[in-house]
Design a protein around this ligand. Structure first.
Ligand code: PLP
Length: 488
């Protein structure tokens, strides 16, 4: 299968590329993204065939149904990364919290957030491709806390790839920071930046656009790639767990094969939700995908009113920081799928030039066939955490935003899957506060929640506090380039 461009072709790049090319060089013409030229059929026949498949078998078949240019052996090795999850035979457990509401726990990997689901196998494949081509790649990430640890972890000691990760000093939780600064490998660099996440992301964009930095990379024979969810190599792995969750519900007798369900997704860059959308289009019986946001509710406006307006917004810091996003990259892929390349380019150009766009009534109606949306503030999120803690289930603040969507948006009383994108241990001060005990640092909050709620803390989180700190650099934005050149 070939991959095509969301904004059409500019005559400089090739208008369609193989999967390997799309993941090594993920930027398409006019700043667009790559998407598959068609979706394979993964409807009832495919589902019935996989009723007794374990996660890796299902995953391999989903990947192969896209007919991508990666050898089976490499795919199998990539998927074996799931063997390091808590339960290798079931890396994504489903837990019932209401009669018709199941939590799909996507956080049982090494960094305790759902980023591992895609980044773990993706990192193996990207490094393998770089080795085969005898090329060297640099991946640069600006992180608000979950992407950084997961990107470092997947590329640690992998040949032909270097990773530099920028985080806002003081802008992440203690656990997230420790996950990054204790990583120990020669191919990894972690830099704290004085400022908030916006400043950090801005500094990264400036660096990547600077001509002399590009020239330095060229001199050193290093190519740039990206590991955020603009890369389709991440999205493809995010289709699989939606299918898995459905099959788990059939296996447990919650639904019969063919019954429709709701998928409820806490969203930021819309990669997780896009995976659900592709699964639905490929034939998974999904009534609708319900999008949960925090008060940075630009996705709610987009889905309920058809407007995407950055002009009157400032990013607000919340207790669900991985969803503190205003420019959501993956909705572009939904628009391409529904409205075509020409219209997508028109809308994305309007966003760049005027800071906003509005969909037509017909376009909005099409969007609403697949999505509904709502948002919660931090107080509502804390109330949800407290409510379910009383019932014996501890969830993190991102997952908590799903419950309002569950309560308000279901037009029919169909069973629902909510996606839990992080373990509570990454956001323990918020969880502790929600349970009535405000503390400043993670170490204390972790112990308090453990005792109070009788839950365990995995060894990779507990061990962080005794690990040696390897990366101590914290710099002003202006010094990032110098640090990078030293590293390279
Ligand atoms: C990345 C992340 C999200 C947002 O996922 P998108 O695919 O960007 O919409 C939500 N919750 C957590 C904990 C995350 O790390």
């Amino acid at each position: 299968m070939q991959f095509i461009e969301t904004r059409g072709n500019d005559g400089k790049k090739s208008s369609s590329v193989a999967f390997s090319e799309a993941i090594l060089s993920p930027s398409a013409s006019y700043g667009g993204l790559y998407v598959p030229e068609a979706l394979p059929a993964m409807g009832e026949e495919f589902l019935i065939q996989h009723l007794s498949s374990d996660y890796k078998t299902l995953a391999l078949d989903v990947l192969q149904s896209f007919n991508i240019d990666i050898e089976t052996e490499i795919l199998e090795k990539a998927l074996s990364r799931y063997d390091a999850f808590d339960d290798p035979s079931n890396p994504v457990p489903l837990v019932e919290i209401e009669e018709d509401c199941l939590v799909s726990e996507l956080y049982h990997g090494p960094t305790r957030a759902f980023k591992d689901m895609a980044l773990q196998p993706f990192g193996y494949i990207l490094s393998k491709l770089a080795q085969e081509r005898d090329e060297n790649y640099l991946i640069m990430a600006a992180t608000s806390g979950d992407t950084g640890p997961a990107t470092l972890e997947t590329f640690k000691d992998q040949p032909n790839v270097k990773v530099a990760c920028l985080y806002p000093d003081g802008g992440t939780s203690d656990v997230q920071k420790l996950q990054m600064v204790t990583e120990n490998a020669d191919n990894l660099k972690v830099i704290g930046v004085k400022g908030n996440f916006d400043d950090t992301q801005h500094a990264l964009k400036e660096l990547l656009a600077s001509e002399d930095f590009k020239a330095e990379l060229k001199d050193r024979n290093i190519k740039l790639s990206a590991a955020n969810s603009v890369n389709f190599g991440r999205i493809i792995f995010q289709i699989i767990y939606h299918i898995h969750s459905y099959l788990e519900m059939v296996r447990s007798g919650k639904i019969a094969m063919g019954d429709k369900i709701y998928l409820i997704v806490p969203s930021g860059n819309f990669g997780n939700a896009l995976g659900g959308y592709y699964a639905k289009k490929a034939g998974l019986p999904v009534e609708k995908i319900l999008i949960a946001s925090n008060i940075n509710n630009i996705l709610t406006d987009w889905i309920t009113m058809g407007t995407y307006d950055l002009t009157d917004r400032e990013l607000i810091l919340t207790e669900s920081p991985a969803m503190d996003i205003l420019k959501s990259s993956n909705i572009e892929r939904v628009m391409f799928d529904k409205f075509g390349a020409q219209r997508t380019k028109e809308l994305m150009d309007a966003l760049t030039n005027e800071g906003k766009y509005t969909l037509t009534a017909a376009e909005l109606a099409s969007l609403q066939e697949d999505f509904s949306a709502t948002f919660s503030n931090d107080e509502e999120g804390e109330a949800v955490i407290a409510k379910y803690a009383k019932k014996g289930y501890i969830m993190d603040p991102h997952t908590a935003t799903c419950m309002k969507a569950y309560d308000l948006l279901r037009e029919e009383k169909l069973p629902s899957v909510i996606y839990s994108t992080a373990e509570w241990t990454k956001f323990s001060t918020t969880v502790s506060k929600a349970l009535g005990h405000g503390v400043k640092d993670d170490k204390e909050a972790l112990q308090w929640v453990r005792t109070h709620a009788n839950v365990s803390i995995p060894s990779m989180i507990e061990g962080l506090f005794d690990k040696e700190v390897k990366h101590t650099i914290v710099v002003e934005k202006e010094s990032i380039k110098g640090e990078m050149l030293n590293f390279l």
